[in-house]
Design a protein around this ligand. Structure first.
Ligand SMILES: CC(C)(COP(=O)(O)OP(=O)(O)OC[C@H]1O[C@@H](n2cnc3c(N)ncnc32)[C@H](O)[C@@H]1OP(=O)(O)O)[C@@H](O)C(=O)NCCC(=O)NCCS
Length: 271
């Protein structure tokens, strides 16, 4: 039976139990304690538990993201079958399957057997620190303030795909702005382009780099990313996820020294 998740300790216990139940555990659940508490605070997590497997459901915009943890691939198959038979699990389900290509393909095969179809395929790119990083501050690029939160949220809603991109809500955008992790180029009352990043330890994660469709290829994206490199100049590595078919963005990332690495993210959807 599916149950709401009320506290982080219960969830971590359930994950630990399943992980210890088999020799080859599989999971696609990676979340920091802060994220888990944020979601629990919004009542957006629920759990379907078995002996050797579990599914976590996270309510997103009109659909659920699902995360599995299973003792082995057989247990994963069992929990996805159980989910198909559970009336409380309805509507669109989306899963991010992250890992090395071969591992992800094995797991994706089991999702396909249980009614999921491929939606998108992301690759991770990485850039390592170069010795000469000193860059001038970029003109026209500003830190987002409280008044930018709603326009930034509208801008991302318009440009992002809810299944592929984890669209941040206004609270997340406000937090990023307060931490100095959201920069933008304004055009009147609206946003011409923005960049949102997170730095943890020596790693800076470029989460969103978007320029309005009508303003692309005019140097706005360049100003944003150069300012980002300046703001994260203490980092040793920069990472990002990009759709493997987005050859325009990939060419631009390569131009700035990013290289594809081994991790992939296969996004699967059951409608
Ligand atoms: C990716 C994106 C943010 C770039 O913004 P932009 O304003 O179009 O980019 P710019 O015109 O400033 O070009 C950025 C850099 O790429 C270079 N560039 C342009 N076309 C290129 C190409 N085909 N190959 C290599 N480099 C290229 C530019 O010369 C510039 O480099 P510079 O700083 O040395 O001058 C924008 O195109 C966009 O919003 N795309 C859709 C959203 C998207 O795919 N975002 C990334 C998702 S992960």
């Amino acid at each position: 039976m599916i149950q709401p998740v009320r506290n982080r300790a219960d969830l971590l216990d359930a994950l630990e139990r399943v992980r210890g139940a088999g020799a080859a555990p599989v999971t696609n659940w990676f979340a920091t304690p802060e994220r888990i508490d944020y979601w629990i605070g919004r009542d957006s997590l629920s759990l379907l538990q078995g002996e050797r497997e579990l599914l976590i459901l996270r309510r997103d915009r009109g659909f659920h993201r699902i995360y599995h943890s299973a003792a082995d691939l057989g247990a994963l198959s069992a929990v996805l079958r159980n989910a198909s038979a559970e009336p409380a699990i309805n509507g669109v389900l989306a899963a991010d399957l992250i890992g090395r290509p071969q591992e992800v393909d094995r797991v994706a095969g089991i999702y396909r057997e249980n009614g999921f179809a491929d939606h998108n395929f992301l690759v991770r790119m990485i850039r390592l620190a170069a010795p000469e990083e000193a860059v001038e501050s970029e003109p026209g690029v500003a830190f987002a303030g409280p008044a930018d939160v709603a326009p930034a949220a509208d801008f991302l809603d318009r440009l992002l795909d809810p299944y592929t991109d984890q669209i941040p809500d206004e609270d997340e955008i406000r937090d990023a702005a307060a931490r100095g992790n959201l920069i933008l180029v304004r055009r009147g009352e609206s946003v011409a382009g923005l960049l949102l990043f997170e730095t943890v330890g020596i790693t800076s994660h470029l989460r969103y780099w978007y320029v309005d469709g009508a303003a692309r290829n005019q140097g706005i994206g360049a100003r944003l990313i150069r300012q980002f490199f300046r703001l994260s100049s203490g980092s040793k590595r920069w990472i990002l996820w990009v759709a493997s078919g987005n050859s325009d963005a990939i060419a631009k990332y390569r131009h700035y020294g990013f290289q594809p690495e081994t991790l992939v993210d296969r996004i699967m959807i059951r409608r």
